[in-house]
Write a protein that binds this ligand. Structure first.
Ligand code: ARG
Length: 458
């Protein structure tokens, strides 16, 4: 039998394989709430502009509300023959309210319909991400406050570089996740235009009020070009790119947690709630959640590349290729949500081991820069010469098997006779950290200042 929506020019129905490749109902049923919301706004506008009668509107509204409760109750039968969520709902509406149902699709196409549904879905997901990132940032702020004075090694090349504090390190992640949150907010701002009324691609001759439907659906106004409107999936691409960058940050954090929780580093201990054991090795406590967050970033990146690839060759306006947008976004959104939640739990529960951090901070001549800076400040050496002198001191300490503060004054003076006893005041890790008072630096008071600023801007 031919299709009930467009059967007029068709003698037969689709091949089974055609139906399989064409149907999107198995995944786009996720858009059912948005689809009904969009239809309710559309039919209200059609009645207000006199395009349909008040009676038909009332029948359609009642039918749509029944369908919504059927879907919520799990009693709605989704059918593959009806291809997608839009036609599943319209077909059920016809069962429920008869011929009036056929008036709902006046001045509308599935092209603007799916664009508005999907935009609303992505909008909700962006809002969820903004909130979830706020919670993650708050978890980091609490840790940072608690550990503003906890000295740890800072790294470059994963080699000990200069002492910092765990609080300072936590605040680095606050900055990273705040940029992710702001990218999500930027995407929300650009997404804030309503596609409904673009119809198939050219607009419509019916006297619709696009401003009314835009307002009803929570948008600032309608999109300005009907061709662009049904061709555009930038809102999905922006969500995916913001998600991919965020996933990259989560993955870097996951990697640090994996490293820090090894017995070799021993900087942190994961809670039992966010780690697993081994089925054979009784001593093991594995950072599985962190590893999975690191891995799931791959799915999000994959979704971004998949949708970019779907879109890159498409002529304007709508092409069916665009139906492939949804699964990618659905999967990436669920993945991101889970990854942020897992990370927030891990950070909240994270037990920090300050002794191990402090011990590691002192290793690897981490205060060498402080010695060089002292030579510049107190002994008046040019920095390049101070760098050279300090290099010699490090070589000597290495030879003697001690750290810089373990060198005798006489040893240091044999390298440069301007060195006095005062130098020892800068060679400890605490002194080093305390001296980094520049804006954004590692000094505990500066970190506390940044925490205070973020408490107000969270
Ligand atoms: N299921 C379709 C999609 O997801 C809806 C739009 C179909 N439009 C069309 N002209 N075939 O994109």
């Amino acid at each position: 039998t031919s299709n009930q929506m467009w059967g007029g020019r068709f003698a037969s129905g689709p091949d089974a394989i055609m139906e399989e490749i064409n149907a999107s109902i198995d995944f786009d049923r996720k858009l059912s709430a948005q689809d009904i919301e969009g239809s309710l706004a559309h039919v209200a506008m059609l009645a207000d502009t006199g395009i349909v009668s008040g009676d038909d509107r009332d029948r359609i509204v009642a039918g749509l509300n029944t369908i919504l409760s059927e879907i919520n109750a799990g009693t709605f039968t989704f059918s593959r023959q009806l291809e997608d969520i839009h036609m599943n709902i319209e077909s059920r509406l016809a069962d429920l309210v008869g011929p009036a149902a056929g008036r709902l699709h006046t001045a509308r196409s599935r092209n603007d319909q799916v664009a508005v549904d999907f935009r609303m879905w992505v909008r909700a997901e962006l809002e969820k991400s903004v909130a979830a990132l706020g919670a993650l940032m708050a978890a980091f702020l609490d840790k940072a406050e608690e550990h503003a004075d906890t000295v740890m090694p800072g790294f470059t090349h994963l080699q000990t570089a200069q002492p910092v504090t765990f609080g300072h390190h936590c605040m680095a992640y606050v900055e990273m996740f705040s940029r992710d949150r702001s990218r999500m907010r930027d995407a929300l701002a650009r997404l804030d235009e309503c596609p409904l009324g673009a119809a198939a691609l050219a607009g419509t001759g019916f006297p619709i009020d696009r401003h009314q439907t835009a307002r009803a659906l929570g948008f600032s106004g309608p999109t300005r070009n009907s061709i662009d409107t049904v061709s555009d999936r930038d809102f999905a691409l922006e969500f995916l790119s913001a998600a991919a960058i965020c996933g990259t940050h989560l993955s870097r954090l996951a990697e640090e947690i994996v490293i820090w929780s090894t017995p070799q580093f021993g900087f942190v201990r994961l809670s039992d709630a966010f780690s697993t054991g081994s089925s054979i090795m009784p001593q093991k406590k594995n950072p599985d959640a962190a590893e999975l967050v690191r891995a799931k970033t791959g799915r999000i990146n994959g979704a971004l590349i998949a949708l970019l690839t779907v879109m890159k060759g498409l002529p304007l306006a709508y092409s069916k290729d665009m139906q492939e947008d949804k699964e990618q976004v659905f999967d990436a959104a669920a993945t991101l949500e889970l990854a942020i939640a897992a990370m927030t739990g891990m950070i909240r529960d994270l037990q920090v081991l300050p002794d191990a951090m402090r011990h590691a901070a002192g290793a690897g001549y981490s205060t060498a820069t402080d010695l060089a800076d002292w030579l510049v400040r107190v002994a008046g050496l040019p920095f390049r010469e101070a760098h050279h002198v300090t290099g010699q001191a490090v070589a000597l300490a290495e030879e003697k098997g001690c750290d810089l503060s373990g060198l005798e004054l006489a040893d240091l003076q044999s390298i440069n006779d301007a060195i006095t006893d005062d130098v020892y005041s800068v060679l400890s890790v605490e002194a080093s950290v305390a001296s980094r008072t520049s804006f954004g630096g590692a000094a505990p008071d500066e970190v506390r200042r940044q925490i205070t600023w973020w408490r107000k801007h969270l």
